[in-house]
Design a protein. Sequence first.
Length: 134
Amino acid sequence: LAKEHDFVPNRVTVNILVKALLRWTKAVDRNDVRALFDRMIRSGYPAGEAFSPGVVPFGTDEASGAQFQVPDVLSPISYTKHVRPLYKMFIKAFYRRGDVGAVRVVVGIMKAVEAERVDARIVDALRVGRKRRR
């Protein structure tokens, strides 16, 4: 799309493409969904502090998700606009395929990322409060 039609991918568009892939239950099995999730983590989506950089939640190798050509996007990631909707799509896709273990992993990651957001907001609020007191 990018080469032929001057398509400029953004994170919302990537979410739409991923959603279309995840709805395709006959051709995309649970292992493919795990590989796709790991690919999204490798491309910069947050995995929480439970996973160190370079470690993906399902441990798939980079080649296992190569059949899905999801465009790489360098724009900033918004939890509310991009991460949360994407992870909810994955949760639904794992449920459809009966992969409850994977659902638990993604829910745990969402909780960890949300907790990190809350912590960051508290730290920012404390910094602003200190600046105002001076």
